[in-house]
Design a binder for this molecule. Structure first.
Ligand SMILES: CNc1nc2c(CCNCC3CCCC3)c3nc(N)[nH]c(=O)c3cc2[nH]1
Length: 373
């Protein structure tokens, strides 16, 4: 177990990279997909099941946990790892993004954001300093700077002002984070879809100095073409020897396209959230298990999948338990989707290490239907 936090690049294939992030709580194989555990749980999954899908790290959230049960209570109980029975690495987002998308009566100033809880209407304040304090109380291994992610549509002036505020908040985050061996602080690049602003943000973050660099401000409705357009240049603006984390992405083909452009880490609620709605991701495309055409189908979701849902249950059974709104329906589809997302990551890590990523990417796209299958 290393006492420090470090990143080792082990192979590159075009812009794609594979490597290992070493932390005191274990290693993270990159490219990595990080399941989201918003309220100290990956919904419908036991932590040992999350691990069984192949996840090396999961996400927690400052915004949700500060409201309930509060970071102070989690700290008193031994920290988030102990609290949720996940002893491997945890990355926590800084809360700003969730405030802007979930809270009510938000007020944004240079100082930070004041808002009312979406749970009970109580008043709260998040600043770079408070966000660092909360993430320290939670005990997360990878801490995110407190930033602002502008909602689209936003004109260049608004995007520039927002990015510059986030850069001032990044400096305050770094100052408040202090010196914490074994823990990492990641900066978050902003700048919308404007290359000059992205470059200015990257230079500002590099001057402050971080253990890793996230690409923020994307997957907010710009669409895959515009997102890939930014990813054609943004990862290369960030230090080559540090992990690059694309926030909030995404569908399987988004993930593959992002890795092809140099991204090392990603997170998304999609596999877990859509699992709960009956949408399954498979090699051949998406299956909406609630559709009547699956009612009598004795085959598994995906013949090539080795997850418990595909090994032991038919589409007909999954269709039934979804229609009956049985709890096991969320458990099985979430497990399958997280397993499949980790299969994609494992396939890409091996392909990059063996210099055959282009062939892997072609095969990935060849078998997939556009719509539901
Ligand atoms: C879905 N699209 C998207 N998500 C973004 C997120 C959230 C990433 N996911 C966090 C988990 C979700 C709940 C628990 C933690 C972003 N976060 C920050 N801080 N900044 C962004 O620009 C930022 C941008 C994002 N775009």
């Amino acid at each position: 177990m290393s006492a420090a936090f470090s990143f080792a690049l082990t192979a590159t294939d075009g812009a794609a990279r594979s490597g290992v992030i070493s932390t005191p709580r274990g290693e993270i194989r990159t490219p990595a997909f990080m399941p989201v555990g918003t309220a100290a749980t990956v919904k419908a999954m036991m932590p040992e099941s999350v691990r069984a899908t192949g996840a090396d790290i999961l996400l927690g959230n400052t915004y949700h946990l500060m409201l309930r049960p509060t970071a102070e209570r989690i700290a008193r109980l031994g920290g988030l790892h102990r609290f949720m029975n996940w002893e491997r690495p945890i990355l926590t987002d800084s809360g700003g993004f969730q405030v802007m998308s979930l809270a009510e009566l938000r007020k944004l100033t240079e100082e930070g954001v004041t808002f009312r809880s979406h749970i009970d209407g109580s008043r709260h304040r998040l600043t770079p300093e408070r966000s660092m304090e909360i993430q320290k109380l939670l005990g997360s291994d990878i801490v995110m700077c407190f930033d602002e992610c502008p909602a689209l549509p936003a004109d260049d002036k608004r995007v520039a002002e927002s990015m510059r505020l986030s850069m001032r908040w990044a400096a305050r985050s770094k100052e408040a984070f202090g010196d914490r061996p074994g823990h990492a602080l990641f900066g978050i690049q902003q700048g919308g879809v404007t290359q000059e602003l992205r470059a200015e943000s990257a230079e500002a973050l590099r001057a402050i100095g971080f253990d890793g660099y996230a690409i923020g401000g994307l997957a907010v409705g710009e669409g895959q073409e515009a997102m890939f357009g930014v990813l054609d240049y943004a990862p290369g603006m960030l230090p080559e020897d540090k992990p690059r984390y694309l926030m909030g992405v995404g569908k399987p083909d988004d993930i593959v396209g992002a890795v092809a452009r140099g991204v090392d880490m990603m997170d998304c609620v999609l596999p877990s959230r859509s699992g709960r709605t009956g949408q399954a991701f498979t090699r051949r495309g998406t299956v909406n298990i609630k559709n009547a055409r699956h009612a009598n189908d004795p085959r598994p979701l995906d013949e090539d999948c080795t997850c418990p849902a595909c090994r032991n249950y038919s589409r007909a059974y999954l269709h039934h338990v979804f229609r009956a709104q049985e709890i096991i329906s969320s458990m099985l589809l979430t497990w399958h989707n997280l397993h499949y997302f980790q299969e994609i990551m494992g396939g890409m890590r091996a392909a990059i290490a063996e210099g055959r990523f282009a062939a892997w990417q072609a095969a990935f796209h060849a078998g997939r239907a556009e719509g539901d299958i």
